[in-house]
Design a protein around this ligand. Structure first.
Ligand code: FAD
Length: 461
């Protein structure tokens, strides 16, 4: 039996890596974890957390406007970008400290270095050049923004990474992409007073979300003043006299202080030594894993964004917990990807769980769709022209609610709770016999008694 320096070596100190290392160490395993940048990874350092803080910051100007309808006179307001960045950086540093404290408390060895594989059991620590060995290795190196290297002028553009550290807030921004990161940043920058344009190749933003929500959000964003150019792409970015000049496929010439690319994320596998260890990757460079997150090399697992399955923090953490069960608790456990609640922190927000009407229409012969669009109570006095939308997709045969979709305030919070009901297999009748909580927006979810329409064989009747 060969002896190794460690029972487990984890490469990458993000959501999935830290969870794997901390829990394995707390089980008494000898664990080391290496991080090349900052502990906490994308989510804490330049993803979910700082993004949500920016979302909050960007909502205040609407709060100030709304206050007038409730009798408040708000004095002159001003926004200081540098103050926001400093406050955000403080909070991120605090969280990073907590991540390290958790690892240290479990007796995991914390290494601040890039790590690369030398063979299936050997890892090179780049800071010192030293090599160490481990019985089991977890690759949790995450992903990075796709740089769109084919775009002339791509080097003049930023990604979400830089958006968190801009020296100054630009007067205008062009964001390329139609996924949730592009949409969220368009709302953030617009809310902070930046003239914002979104350019997206597809016919509608947020592919894979329910069509009604996609359209509803698009309309709401345009009504706020965000310009959205669908079915168009940037062909060239150059530096002009007043910022950047962007030429598009449809022949438009746009100007912007900053161009941000949000065109997907690539798995972080370059230079990782995967070929030396014999670990297979797919055509996108993502590590190929089986249902248990095991690679083709028996003692090497990969989890989180680097495997290009579902790129969300709770999913990376769940995969880590399944790895622990499989490897250390003699309880082989497959990650469960069914019914993942998700949000888009746009303004208005999207919260969703389960199938969109379009997807459900392909899977079930007949659907009942319950749909409500209404003005939330707060908007009556604030005078804000905004609508909330709620939609339940029900399989007519089993009465099961197979999708729930919300556009409006706190949609993400509601989607988390709806996730429990869908996971529990609740039927529309369960929703109907649940008492409404009045006055809330969420009560609409239990008071939509008659279907708005039916869908048979994928067609609305
Ligand atoms: C702007 C943005 C907003 C997001 N918002 C949300 C959200 O609202 N909700 C949500 O659920 N998800 C969100 N995500 C996605 C989420 O951040 C990721 O799914 C999650 O962080 C994946 O965790 P991970 O452990 O796989 O990788 P990561 O968190 O990316 O961690 C990987 C770590 O590995 C390190 N690393 C890489 N290579 C090496 C190496 N060779 N040696 C040592 N260290 C290395 C990296 O520096 C990094 O710290 C967002 C992402 C972005 C970019």
């Amino acid at each position: 039996m060969p002896s190794y320096d460690y029972d487990l070596f984890v490469i990458g100190g993000g959501s999935g890596g830290v969870r794997s290392a901390r829990v394995a160490a707390s089980l008494g395993k000898k664990v080391a974890i290496a991080e090349e940048y900052r502990y906490g990874g994308t989510c804490v350092i330049r993803g979910c957390v700082p993004k949500k803080l920016f979302v909050y910051a960007s909502q205040f100007h609407e709060h100030f406007e709304d206050a007038a309808g409730f009798g408040w006179t708000v004095g002159e307001s001003a926004f200081d970008w540098k103050k926001l960045i400093a406050a955000k950086d403080n909070e991120i540093a605090r969280l990073e400290g907590l991540y390290k404290k958790g690892l240290a408390g479990a007796n995991a060895e914390i290494l601040e270095t890039r790590a690369e594989l030398v063979d299936a059991h050997t890892i090179k620590l780049l800071r010192t050049g030293e090599t160490v060995t481990a019985k089991t290795i977890v690759i949790a190196t995450g992903g990075r923004p796709n740089p769109h290297a084919a775009l002339p002028g791509h080097e003049l553009c930023i990604s979400s990474n830089e958006a968190f550290h801009l020296e100054e807030l630009p007067k205008s921004i062009l964001i390329a992409g139609g996924g949730y990161i592009a949409v969220e940043f368009a709302n953030i920058f617009h809310g902070l007073g930046v003239e914002t344009t979104l350019i997206y190749r597809g016919t509608e933003i947020l592919s894979r979300f329910d069509e009604d929500l996609r359209r509803g959000l698009h309309e709401a964003m345009v009504a706020k003043g965000i310009r959205i150019l669908c079915q168009d792409v940037m062909e060239k970015v150059t530096r002009g006299e007043n910022g950047l000049v962007i030429e598009t496929m449809k022949g438009e010439t746009l100007n912007a202080g900053i161009v941000m690319l949000a065109l997907g994320r690539d798995p972080n596998t370059r230079g990782l030594g995967l070929e030396k260890a014999g670990v297979a990757v797919n055509e996108r460079g993502a590590v190929i894993v089986d249902d248990y997150s095991r690679t083709n090399v028996e003692n090497i697992y990969a989890l989180g964004d680097v495997t290009d399955r579902v790129q969300l923090t709770p999913v990376a953490i769940h995969e880590a917990m399944c790895f622990i069960e499989t490897e250390y608790k003699n309880n082989p456990t497959k990650p469960d990807y069914d019914l993942i609640p998700t949000a888009v922190f746009s303004q208005p927000e999207i919260g969703t769980v389960g199938l969109s009407e379009e997807e459900a229409g392909k899977r079930y012969q007949e659907l009942e769709v319950y749909r409500a669009q209404f003005r939330p109570l707060k908007a009556t006095l604030s005078g804000r022209a905004e609508k909330m939308m709620m939609k339940l997709i029900v399989d007519a045969a089993s009465r099961k609610v197979v999708g729930a979709h919300i556009l409006g305030h706190d949609a993400g919070e509601m989607a988390q709770i709806l996730g429990i009901t869908l996971k529990a297999g609740c039927t529309k009748d369960d929703f109907d016999r649940t008492m409404a909580l009045h006055p809330t927006a969420a009560e609409e979810l239990v008071t939509m008694y008659a279907p708005s329409y039916r869908v048979r064989d994928g067609q609305r009747l």
